[in-house]
Design a protein around this ligand. Structure first.
Ligand code: SF4
Ligand code: SF4
Length: 136
């Protein structure tokens, strides 16, 4: 099994610093791969990354919510051009470096979201996307 980073990721990067097997990598280019991604073949399911994420974006693969109920105000990010993702985001990562995302969407309180599309997207990053070449 592996852990999965969902579309709640806003590239804080804190998870990378605690992963004992260094299997979390930032997507590039951000316009196509806006999240950080976990290599499913290397992740040892230790769970250390979960409490590091300020956006509660990381789940064990088999616990990614099919019906996540929004508190209100959190954001989903998506590849540029995704329908409905029209809000740019400007924030900071855990080291204080600027983070800019062109395509996010702010959730309303009580909105229910299926976060499971992140699981095949994470796998695709490592099978077809830049994650393949990044990890060789
Ligand atoms: S800590 Fe959370 S927001 Fe930051 S890169 Fe990791 S999953 Fe994304
Ligand atoms: S669960 Fe552990 S091994 Fe897997 S990505 Fe998170 S910190 Fe790394």
């Amino acid at each position: 099994m592996t852990h999965t980073i969902t579309s709640l990721c806003l590239r804080d990067g804190g998870c990378v610093t605690v992963c004992p097997v260094e299997c979390i990598v930032p997507g590039q280019p951000i316009s196509e791969w806006p999240w950080f991604y976990i290599d499913p073949d290397t992740c040892i399911d230790c769970g250390a990354c979960v409490p590091e994420c300020p956006f509660e974006a990381i789940y064990p693969e088999d616990e990614v919510p099919t019906a996540y109920t929004a508190k209100g105000g959190e954001r989903l990010s998506a590849p540029v051009g995704t329908e409905g993702f029209t809000e740019p985001y400007d924030g900071q990562d855990h080291e204080g470096n600027p983070v800019h995302l062109d395509a996010t969407r702010i959730l309303q309180a009580g909105e229910v979201i299926d976060l499971t599309p992140a699981t095949p997207e994470n796998a695709r990053f490592f099978s077809e996307g830049p994650g393949y070449s990044a990890l060789g």
